[in-house]
Design a protein around this ligand. Structure first.
Ligand code: SF4
Length: 123
């Protein structure tokens, strides 16, 4: 009988860094998560296994300000596989100064239900 795949993840929920194992059943469903010391690790492993997401931090063009670029980030993590598209989209964005930290500079980027927000003031 074929061995079902086991995937390994490192929990980033706290400095303990629990090593997590996810067992998949024949249909690809998660049958067991091991190695966590608290429920955050269980949730993290399931999320990472089925729909890994990341915050995106980058810069966009700034016009009329003291600097040429404005640092920004996503308001929530976006699917890991869409990060390249988000960055390409942001290459087309120019934000007029002034901007305040937390201002939304792109609403609902690519329909991912994540806004792009400024992470510093720019006058
Ligand atoms: S499973 Fe819990 S205790 Fe272990 S690293 Fe993750 S958050 Fe920390």
């Amino acid at each position: 009988m074929a061995q079902e795949p086991i995937s390994h993840y490192l929990c980033i929920g706290c400095p303990l860094g629990c090593r997590l194992e996810v067992d998949e059943g024949p249909g690809g469903d998660i049958v067991e998560v091991r190695g966590w010391a608290c429920k955050r690790g269980d949730r993290y492993a399931r999320q990472e296994h089925t729909d890994p997401r990341r915050m995106v931090t980058t810069t966009v063009r700034l016009s009329g300000g003291m600097w040429a670029r404005l640092p920004v980030k996503t308001s929530v993590p976006v699917p890991k596989g869409r990060i390249g598209e988000v960055c390409l989209q942001l290459r087309e964005v120019t934000v007029p100064a002034p901007v305040r930290t937390g201002d939304v500079v792109v609403k609902n980027v690519l329909g991912l239900e994540a806004d792009i927000v400024a992470t510093r003031d720019a006058a």
